[in-house]
Design a protein around this ligand. Structure first.
Ligand SMILES: [Zn+2]
Length: 659
């Protein structure tokens, strides 16, 4: 979900809090320049947070006894009416012997009957937004069965979780649109909205007055004029989707259809826009979507729904919503397009397994903006300025975690916090990319997307953390504790000096934290140094302890040191100072470093104060080579066979790897 207007790059944190009246009152504002009023409306909505048990936000325990596998939906809808009516036939596999089954359904909607093998079942609608249905006899575990629920009513369009709205386009034409994320599916259809069960297949059949077009998920199977002034539109999706990603858009849309062809895929691209939006500008943005798609396929893997389609359907909610294969959009700016498109991989194919983990949807979609801006929309300087804006937003408050605590789940504004869930979540991914380097990072992301346990399924923060650790061989436990579960950011105090004879640099790096929830951020620090003759060198300081010393050979006179030169890290208030009083005696023995390691032709022992004898042993203890190493001299290992060796010098043993 995204809440910025594309023509106003400010994050517009507007969730589905808009009732129809507010949409009308602020429509001029949307299409204008300012979002302040919308933010106020959002804050007001906090007070409407529903009182449910925390557990129920993620999983309704009453629906744990079955796996919802298929739904045939037969809706009868008219966009001029705030009214829903339909029959939902659900096929399910029982997971335990059960004499009843629950569906989530708002209590203000009325179930008229429940049919089961041709007979009517008794049922009860509960105050807890559930319908409890009793079977004539217990259904056994592992058996598959089905039932049909016929219901109707006026979906709530005023609450914080309103999800179904019949209203009007800016031109005054009727439009009916739905937006169920996070908790709104039950507000307009009987389902299982727990974050642990995707619906494997849906047939979506919608009868409307004949003049309207219906957009939805999956493949368009048919549009049939029925002869009674009505039309039947039939969509089908065969990809598993969670209840909140199913949506409808109904209006007198203009279809701007084409095909997207990338190097790896080709599929229909269906766009249902208001007639007034069917402009050359919109066409240009839609055409651009193919470049965005290609860039994402290059980085994240093939488009997840390429057997069906991609597309957009216009609605009035501020921003966009990544309904699987058919994103709902208020307008067609490139930034909004790319954010929502990134969600098809992150959010839709891989869905957060609890709303606490929503950053796995929104942080990744924000990172999708990063890669789009950097590659397709911005110059390097513009991209750096964008990153500076993100850092400034994220660090505008010293606290707050990316992970949503249970206490935040009742508050939509905390779940979809623009600073934490979106901006900081996206920046954490940028830092992981810095730690791993682009090649390993993107290969890890592709493997994460392809992982059979995650693909078209749910993922939680520990799933991603453990996957990343296993895939890369690096332990990301501390990193996630600091950056996802912990709060705030580090500030660095970097002091440096250079020996004018040896050109060796000494650096001392201190760190403070904005929040007491993190004691120390262990990070590789990006350093760029420049010389008086125009030379540049880059190196990385593996910062593991406060006031840590580093030495670095630089073959020229350093005139300036730049920390975080491409804003690889999230930090604020860091300083870099030349300090010629940094005493050389501060460099203790444990600052000695063997590099490069692994190495092909030579290694060096840095930090030696005088010539030292060395020996190189094979891993089974055989002496392979011995000699002495002067400070800064190279030890030739080009003749060694590839493998692991032990380098011994000055009572130290260091494992080295010959490539
Ligand atoms: Zn989003």
């Amino acid at each position: 979900m995204s809440f910025f207007c594309s023509f106003d790059s400010n994050f517009l944190i507007m969730k589905q809090i808009y009732n129809l009246l507010i949409v009308f009152l602020t429509i001029g504002n949307f299409f204008g320049q300012n979002s302040n009023i919308d933010r106020k409306a959002l804050i007001e909505s906090e007070k409407k947070a529903a009182s449910r048990s925390i557990l129920d936000f993620n999983v309704n325990p009453n629906t744990l006894n079955y796996d919802l596998q298929y739904v045939r939906m037969e809706f009868d809808l008219d966009p001029t009416q705030q009214f829903v009516s339909g029959t939902m036939t659900s096929h399910f596999k029982m997971l335990s012997n059960s004499s009843n089954i629950y569906f989530d359904l708002a209590k203000n909607l009325t179930v008229s009957d429940v049919k089961y093998h041709g007979q009517n079942l008794s049922f009860l609608q509960l105050d807890t937004d559930e319908v409890k249905i009793n079977f004539p006899a217990a259904i056994l575990a592992q058996s598959t069965d089905s039932l049909s629920i016929t219901y109707s009513g006026v979906p709530d369009s005023s609450g914080a979780f309103a999800s179904f709205e019949a209203g009007f386009t800016p031109a005054g034409d009727p439009v009916l649109a739905t937006l169920s994320e996070p908790y709104g599916a039950k507000g307009w259809w009987p389902t299982k909205q727990s974050m642990n069960d995707k619906i494997e297949k849906m047939d979506i059949k919608v009868t409307t007055p004949a003049q309207y077009t219906v957009g939805s998920n999956g493949k368009l199977m048919s549009e049939t004029i029925l002869g009674n002034g009505k039309k039947l539109t039939y969509w089908q999706t065969n990809y598993p989707i969670p209840a909140y990603l199913f949506a409808l858009g109904i209006s007198n849309y203009t279809k701007m259809n084409s095909t997207i062809t990338t190097t790896g895929s080709s599929f229909p691209f269906l766009n249902y826009v208001y007639p007034a939006t069917a402009t050359p500008d919109t066409q240009a943005s839609l055409d651009w979507t193919a470049s965005c798609m290609q860039n994402f396929e290059d980085k994240f893997g093939l488009y997840p729904y390429r057997n069906e389609k991609y597309g957009h359907m216009q609605f009035n909610w501020g921003g966009g919503m990544e309904h699987a294969t058919m994103t709902s959009m208020v307008s067609f700016g490139e930034r909004l397009i790319c954010h929502e498109l990134a969600h098809q991989w992150f959010g839709d194919k891989l869905t957060c397994g609890a709303w606490n983990d929503i950053w796995l949807n929104e942080g990744f979609a924000t990172f999708g903006e990063h890669v789009t801006y950097e590659k397709l929309l911005m110059s390097p300087a513009q991209f750096q300025s964008y990153l500076a804006g993100q850092i400034s937003d994220i660090t505008s408050d010293p606290g707050g975690s990316v992970y949503v605590p249970d206490s935040g789940l009742s508050n939509i504004n905390r779940v979809f916090d623009g600073r934490l869930t979106y901006a900081k979540g996206g920046y954490v991914l940028r830092m992981i990319k810095w730690i791993l380097g682009d090649d390993q990072f993107y290969s890890a992301i592709k493997a994460y997307q392809d992982n059979p346990a995650f693909a078209y399924n749910y993922v939680k923060t520990p799933d991603f953390r453990n996957f990343l650790s296993n895939y890369t061989g690096r332990d990301f436990t501390d990193f996630f504790n600091d950056w996802i579960y912990g709060e705030g950011y580090p500030s660095y105090q970097i002091r440096w000096t250079q020996n004018s004879t040896t050109k060796k640099m000494t650096l001392r790096v201190g760190q403070t934290q904005s929040s007491s929830t993190v004691s120390f951020f262990e990070m590789p620090l990006p350093i760029r140094v420049s010389g008086s003759g125009g030379q540049t060198a880059y190196f990385v300081l593996n910062h593991n302890s406060n006031n840590q010393y580093f030495t670095q050979d630089v073959g020229f006179d350093v005139t300036s040191v730049t920390f975080n030169y491409e804003r690889q890290l999230l930090t604020k208030g860091s300083t870099v100072v030349r300090d010629n009083n940094l005493a050389v005696s501060d460099i203790s023995k444990d600052k000695i470093n063997v590099y490069p390691n692994p190495a092909k032709s030579f290694i060096k022992i840095s930090g030696l104060e005088k010539t030292a004898d060395y020996e190189i042993f094979s891993i089974d203890g055989k002496l392979i080579k011995k000699g002495n190493s002067n400070p800064d001299s190279e030890i030739n290992i080009s003749t060694l066979v590839k493998g692991t060796y032990i380098l011994k010098f000055n009572d130290q043993s260091v494992k080295i790897i010959k490539e």
